[in-house]
Design a protein around this ligand. Structure first.
Ligand code: AMP
Length: 216
C-alpha cells in the first residue's frame, strides 16, 4: 500500500532543537525538510533581493513579514519534490501564516496532519542558546567544544541572532505571535506535546512516536 503524504508542523521556542530534530524526522519518514530560517539565511548569504528585505528583521530577532516568507515558501514548495509530504520547521509562526499554509497544502489536496510541539522551558532555552554554534557548511547545530563540526568537519560559527539581547527579543516574539498557534492546533485536534528536554536521541524517539501515531 502506498502511504499518503504526511505533512507535519514542528513547533517550539527558539533553541528547542527544532532544526536538528526536523532533519532526523524528515529522513526517518522520507519527508522534505523545510526550514524557513535556513531558506532565509540562504537568501541573505546569496545577497538576493528577498534576503536584503529579510536581513534587518532577522538581525533584530523580529519576524520577517508574512508576505515575504510566504512568497519564498511558495516558490520552494513548487521547486522541490514535496509529494511525499513535508516537515515544516519554523513555519508557521503567526496565525496568518497558519492560514496561508492551509491554503498552500489545500492546493495540493493535503492538510496539516499534525503539529508536534517541542516543549522546553525559558531558562533552558536561554542556557542552550548562550554560545550555541552551528556549522557554516552543513548547518548542523553543534555542541562540542572543538572548532570543527562533528558531522562534516566544517567551521563552527555563532549565529548573529544568538546574541543575548536578540535571543530575548526572539523569545518575546515567540510568546506573542507563535505561541497562540498551540491552541489553534490543539483546538483542531492536531497538537501533540513532546518533552523537548533530554538527550537528542530520547527527544527524537518521542517525536517519531508522535509522528507514527499520525501516520496510520
Ligand atoms: P529560525 O532559524 O527558525 O530560528 O529563524 C531565524 C529567523 O528567521 C527568525 O528569528 C526570523 O527573523 C526569521 N524567520 C524564520 N522563519 C520565519 C517565519 N516563518 N516567519 C517570519 N520570520 C521567520
Amino acid at each position: 500500500m502506498v502511504n499518503r503524504a504526511l505533512d507535519v508542523v514542528l513547533l517550539g521556542p527558539p533553541g528547542a532543537g527544532k532544526g536538528t530534530q526536523a532533519k532526523r524526522l524528515a529522513s526517518a519518514f522520507e519527508l522534505l525538510h523545510i526550514s524557513t530560517g535556513d531558506l532565509l539565511r540562504d537568501e541573505v548569504a546569496r545577497g538576493s533581493a528577498l534576503g536584503e528585505e529579510a536581513k534587518a528583521f532577522m538581525n533584530r530577532g523580529e519576524l520577517v513579514p508574512d508576505e515575504v516568507v510566504g512568497r519564498m515558501l511558495y516558490a520552494h514548495l513548487h521547486s522541490q519534490s514535496a509529494a511525499g509530504g513535508c516537515v515544516f520547521d519554523g513555519y508557521p509562526r503567526t496565525t496568518e501564516q497558519a492560514a496561508l499554509l492551509d491554503g498552500l497544502l489545500a492546493e495540493l489536496g493535503r492538510r496539516v496532519d499534525a503539529a508536534l510541539y517541542l516543549d522546553v522551558a525559558d531558562d533552558e532555552v536561554l542556557r542552550r542558546l548562550a554560545g550555541r554554534r552551528s556549522c557554516a557548511t552543513c548547518g548542523a547545530v553543534d555542541q562540542t567544544d572543538g572548532d570543527r563540526c562533528s558531522s562534516c568537519g566544517g567551521e563552527l560559527v555563532e549565529r548573529e541572532d544568538d546574541a543575548p539581547d536578540v535571543v530575548r527579543e526572539r523569545l518575546a516574539v515567540y510568546r506573542r505571535k507563535t505561541e497562540p498557534l498551540l491552541s489553534l492546533f490543539r483546538d483542531r485536534g492536531l497538537l501533540r506535546d513532546v518533552n523537548g528536554v533530554g538527550s537528542r536521541d530520547d527527544v527524537f524517539a518521542s517525536l517519531r512516536e508522535a509522528a507514527r501515531s499520525v501516520r496510520r
